[in-house]
Design a protein around this ligand. Structure first.
Ligand SMILES: Nc1ccn([C@@H]2O[C@H](COP(=O)(O)O)[C@@H](O)[C@H]2O)c(=O)n1
Length: 596
């Protein structure tokens, strides 16, 4: 772990059940390879994970079993270790490559920008040659401009100990927000292509392995499942997914399961399968047995599951990677303090609006204090921001160079349209906050990216519907009864059962390795608005409508519903040129949250 990481806290743990074939899985790490430096439950770093994977492989192989390591993308954007360097990602890429990964895929974040996808093509794919799969992504070659596969479409391999014959794929969900140097072909179309049809007709296969940046429960995975089942009615299928930032496990049939392993290096997913055929030896078992566990990413869990301790657990490679992370953080000055946070602000642990909500803080303090374009003088305005723009809670204490990227990694700036009737703005807000179907599909047929953070969409079933009194306290406590998932915090360390993930999935409620008490998780709107007006006494007739540029296509759609005759693509202008949300937040923190 990193020198400043908090020590993990002992807690009751559920055991891992090994099988013939075992997997470790990460997804949506978003640059958090240093682990969480303020949350003991997730305080292990990528170096510890390198050691853990090695020790787990040794353990499996000593028992004549196999272990494979999977990563399903969104490795970039969301932490200083990625975002703070120039160019972005040069430190992260060097750290990442030290893990032995058997199958790795791209997420949507690898494709938002041209430089990110090109770095993927020129560095990550070669670093993981033979392991990186891209079943439905092409990229315009940076030198020739020719459209080429980002990586091989699939691969076939045989496991070392058991001789299990695996055909593996690597998919991305039907993403449409990519920059135009890449092409993401819809999954449903890709699976009709000859190469896929041939691959699933291979009779010498014991397991289909579908890794992808695709939600565990999703139409895309359902389509792949059905296509494979049309040809291979009983070959086992193990899916690994991601994108929703949640722990999840989906049962497609008794021989096909999908695991999703959370977000931000909080979770190492584990699955095992027993009863597979191996090579030409058919299995004695009538049906394979699938198991799953969500491991809290900390050394207490790692020691327990490997049966090792502080002395015997770390590998030389793992220790070197931890050291490399420390050096990279230091070179990037990620511990540099910009200010001191007076009280913790939550994205979804408290209801909105609330004095402890990040969104209330933005609405009432940051946006009104910061959004001012000199060229517009005292013209009243309304600013609209999508809640997905804020990625993480802000903990009480030091606000560092790392914090700014964990909360606001996107480089979006602001645009505006002049003289919009205030009542139309209110109608637009109503449309934007209708969940989520109204604004899902453009006339072109392409889908709009959701406005809130992915957790917020995926966890609708877990929302705390009645406000828990304690969540309204100045600093809420966390061991609250209810049934919802949410990350663990730094407080309340005095109790044996600590608050944390309490996952419910298709296999039940015993998936988390650590037994936790649950935490509240409140729904937040898709968008918030702030009225910026010198005259606080009344509502203005017309306003400048300022918005974060990410929501421009959504606004264009919403304007139609609100009968507002504005072409947001043609009629808008840049507001506060060269200023991003990240810049605004940092400037506000430096000015208002000075350390004593
Ligand atoms: N420039 C951007 C990009 C994304 N978002 C928000 O993030 C969501 C996607 O998050 P994943 O990690 O699941 O890919 C997206 O739906 C937006 O809410 C943004 O605000 N600005």
């Amino acid at each position: 772990a990193q020198p400043s990481a908090p020590a993990p806290i002992s807690a009751p743990l559920r055991a891992l059940e090994f099988g013939q074939l075992n997997f470790l899985h990460t997804t949506d790490t978003h640059g958090w390879l240093a682990g969480h430096l303020e949350e003991p439950s997730y305080s292990a770093d990528w170096g510890d994970y390198v050691s853990f994977a090695t020790r787990m492989r040794e353990k499996a192989e000593a028992q004549g079993q196999d272990l494979l390591v999977i990563d399903t993308g969104d490795r970039v954007e969301g932490n200083g270790l990625y975002d703070s360097s120039e160019p972005k990602g040069i430190f992260l890429s060097e750290i990442l490559r030290h893990q032995h990964i058997d199958v790795i895929t791209s997420g949507n974040h690898e494709l938002y920008k041209q430089n990110t996808s090109e770095a993927e093509f020129l560095s990550t794919v070669p670093n993981f040659r033979g392991k990186y799969l891209a079943s439905n992504i092409d990229i315009s070659h940076p030198e020739t401009n020719e459209l080429v596969p980002l990586a091989p479409r699939f691969k076939k391999f045989t496991t070392k100990k058991q001789g299990i014959r695996i055909v593996a794929f690597g998919f991305l969900f039907d993403f449409t927000g990519n920059y135009n140097n890449t092409v993401v072909q819809p999954v449903e179309k890709t699976i009709k292509e000859d190469w896929f049809q041939e691959a699933i007709r291979d009779k010498e296969v014991d397991l289909f392995l579908v890794a992808g940046h695709v939600p565990a429960h999703s139409p895309e995975y359902w389509a792949i499942f059905e296509e494979i089942r049309r040809i291979r009615w009983d070959t086992p299928i193990q899916f690994f997914g991601g994108h929703e930032h949640i722990r999840d496990y989906a049962k497609y049939d008794s021989k096909a399961f999908a695991l999703a392993s959370g977000r931000f290096m909080e979770t190492i997913g584990f699955t095992s399968i027993d009863g597979l055929s191996t090579g030409d030896q058919s299995s004695a078992a009538s049906s394979p047995v699938f198991k799953r566990r969500y491991i809290d990413n900390n050394l207490y869990s790692f020691y327990h599951h490997t049966g090792l301790d502080e002395e015997s657990f770390p590998t030389e490679n793992g220790l070197n990677v931890s050291q490399l992370i420390t050096e990279s953080r230091s070179a990037l000055r990620l511990d540099h303090v910009h200010g001191c946070v007076p009280r913790t602000l939550w994205t979804s642990r408290v209801p909105y609006p609330n004095p402890n909500s990040v969104f209330t803080w933005l609405q009432t303090r940051v946006l009104p204090d910061s959004l001012k374009d000199e060229s517009r003088g005292e013209v009243p305005s309304v600013a609209i921001l999508n809640t997905g723009a804020m990625r993480f809670d802000i903990f009480k204490g030091e606000f560092t160079q790392d914090t700014i990227w964990t909360i606001s990694p996107f480089t979006n700036s602001f645009r505006y349209v002049k003289d919009v009737p205030y009542e139309k703005v209110q109608l637009i807000m109503e449309v934007l906050n209708k969940q989520p179907k109204v604004l899902e599909t453009l006339e072109s047929g392409s889908k709009l990216s959701p406005l809130p953070c992915p957790e917020n969409l995926a966890r609708a079933a877990y929302f705390t519907t009645e406000v828990v009194e304690e969540d309204l306290e100045t600093q809420p406590v966390y061991n609250i009864a209810g049934s919802h998932q949410a990350p663990l915090s730094v407080d309340r360390l005095d109790e044996k059962i600590l608050p944390g993930y309490t996952t419910k999935d298709d296999a039940g409620t015993d998936g988390d390795d650590t037994v936790h008490s649950p935490i509240s998780f409140y729904e937040v709107p898709n968008c918030i608005q702030a009225l910026l007006s010198a005259d606080k006494s009344g509502v203005p007739e017309t306003v400048d409508l300022i918005y974060i540029e990410f929501i421009q296509p959504h606004l264009a759609m919403a304007a139609k519903f609100a009968s507002l005759d504005v072409d947001f693509f043609k009629d808008s202008e840049v507001y506060m040129p060269s200023t991003t949300l990240t810049d605004l937040l940092l400037a506000w923190v430096k000015k208002h949250w000075k350390c004593e």
